[in-house]
Each structure stands twice: as C-alpha cells, then as structure tokens.
Ligand binder design. Structure first.
Ligand SMILES: [Cu+2]
Length: 290
C-alpha cells in the first residue's frame, strides 16, 4: 500500500507541514532580505547621479525588498512540496482531490491588497510630497515640480529623425547638438519633436520623457555628479531609431558657464535665423514645388 503523505498534515503521525514551511520561509527571508538590500541593492540602477535617479534607485530597492519574501514563499513552498510530497513508490497514485481553502484565500487577498495599496501610497506620497519634481515626463502642466522659489535652468530637448538638439532659452535661444548641464542645478527639460514621436531617455540621470510633435513634455533633473551619460531614443521612430543616441555631460557650474559662452559665440551667426523660442513645434507641411 502506498505511504504517500498528504499536504493536510492532519493525519496521525503526520508532521506539521505548515509550521515547517513557515520556519523555512522565515529563515529564507531573514537571510535573503539583507542580501537583497545591502549586497544587491547598491548595484541597482540608476544610482545617485541626480536627485531623481536616487529616488528611482530607492524605489527599486524598496520594490525588491517587498518582493523578496513573496518570491521566497513560492520557492520554499515548491521546494518543500517537491521534496516531501514526492511519490517515491513505483505505483502511480492519485493524490487527494484539491479543494479550496477559504482561510488561505482570504489571507492572500488581504495581504496582496495591503501590499499593493501601501506601495501605491508610498509612490504617490514620494512623487507629490517631494519638492524636486520627477524625472519622468509629466506633460505641459507637471504636478510634481520643484518649489516655486527654486531657480531652474530651462533646456528644450528637440527630437527629430534621427538626432537630438538642445536649446537654451536663457542664453539667447542658442541650439546645440550636445547636451551639457551644470552640476547641482535644477533643470527643467521641455521635450518636444519636429516630426514623429521619440522618447528622450537618459537613464543614468533618471530622466525619460516622450517627445511628441506639438506637445511640451516637462521633466526635471538635478544632477549631483559630474559625469557623462548616455542619451537614447526609447521610442521606435523609423529606420535609424537605433542610432538616435548621443552622450550628455554634467559639468561644474564654472565649466558650464565657459561651455555655454563658447556655444553662444560659435552659433551666433545661426541663432539669429532661428524662430523665436517656443516650447513646442508643429509638423510643417511640405511645400509643393510649383
Ligand atoms: Cu527617435
């Protein structure tokens, strides 16, 4: 006769499987949580190159910490079930019929509801309660922005197939093919496009905003390290989408002042022919040759 034990644990001489699983799960969690937070956590992008990147880094670590016990419970349960409830006899036997367990279902429903609502509250409070704006594009009327007294440097980001241009309205509206930002300064990106939808993505400084023709998409960043960072287009935008990347630079304030003065002088002859600064562009219809 088969001696396969059942998950119920209620029979005579049957070990208390629920308690065993709970203990194994607790041991896993106590070991895995510090490893996730303190060993893996510091290696999770986008690091601390800007205030916004640091926020995103923290959120990623919190999500990882919250997910660890949940993943652990699943792994421990499967490991336990595969080891303890394995059918070791040569005989193929059917297990007892599966029935629902209202207690476990209620607990799981309650725990997952609390987890999701707690994380949603954490994210919303972090986004709206902060005084430093978000690195994600928020459209023309951002809800999350730096305090009104904060001085910001406006930089317009213009996408087009297949390159980026950057315009500095505070410096005579000069347009440059490279993005340079001063360190420790609030930057307000106004992201738009001349043709199709692109996406301005500089993950190392925690910025990502869609570039949509006719739209002014605002995102904020306050860089905290003098680094070079990748700029990529994150929206499939045609044949050379994959080549729509460049490198940006965060410089000291003095370095930025020197650089922008050079750009103003270098593009003086061109800047005067540019249209006045506006925070969006509309697609221009092609003029037919007559
Ligand atoms: Cu693109």
């Amino acid at each position: 006769m088969s001696t396969v034990s059942t998950p119920s644990g209620g029979g005579t001489g049957e070990p208390r499987h629920g308690v065993r699983i709970a203990v194994l799960w607790a041991v896993f969690t106590v070991i895995a949580m510090p490893l996730m937070i303190f060993v893996l956590g510091p290696h999770i992008p986008p690091f601390d190159n800007s205030v916004q990147a640091e926020d995103q880094h923290q959120v990623n670590v919190v999500l990882l910490a919250a997910a660890t016990p949940i993943a652990g419970l699943i792994w421990v349960y499967f490991g336990y079930a595969l080891t303890v409830w394995r059918n070791r006899s040569d005989e193929i036997v059917d297990g007892p019929p599966l029935t629902s367990d209202p207690k476990i279902q209620t607990i799981w429903l309650a725990v997952s509801t609390v987890l999701v609502l707690a994380l949603a509250t954490y994210g919303t409070v972090g986004l709206l309660g902060s005084s430093h704006g978000a690195g994600g594009g928020q459209g023309p009327s951002p809800l999350s922005k730096p305090g009104s007294a904060t001085k910001v440097l406006q930089v317009q980001v213009i996408g087009q197939q297949w390159m980026w241009t950057f315009r500095y309205p505070a410096y005579g509206g000069v347009e440059t093919p490279t993005l340079v930002l001063p360190d420790n300064t609030w930057v307000e990106f106004h992201v738009t496009s001349l043709d199709v939808v692109h996406s301005f993505w500089a993950y190392e400084i925690g910025v990502k905003a869609d570039a949509v023709p006719g739209s002014d998409n605002i995102a904020y960043v306050k860089p905290t390290r003098t680094i070079s960072f990748q700029i990529r287009c994150a929206e499939l935008c045609g044949l050379w989408h994959g080549h729509m990347n460049t490198t940006g630079q965060v410089m000291s304030q003095a370095g930025f002042n020197t650089w922008i003065a050079q750009q103003v002088a270098k593009y003086k002859g061109v800047t005067k022919y540019l249209p006045p600064y506006r925070d969006y562009y509309y697609v221009q219809p092609l003029r037919r040759a007559s």
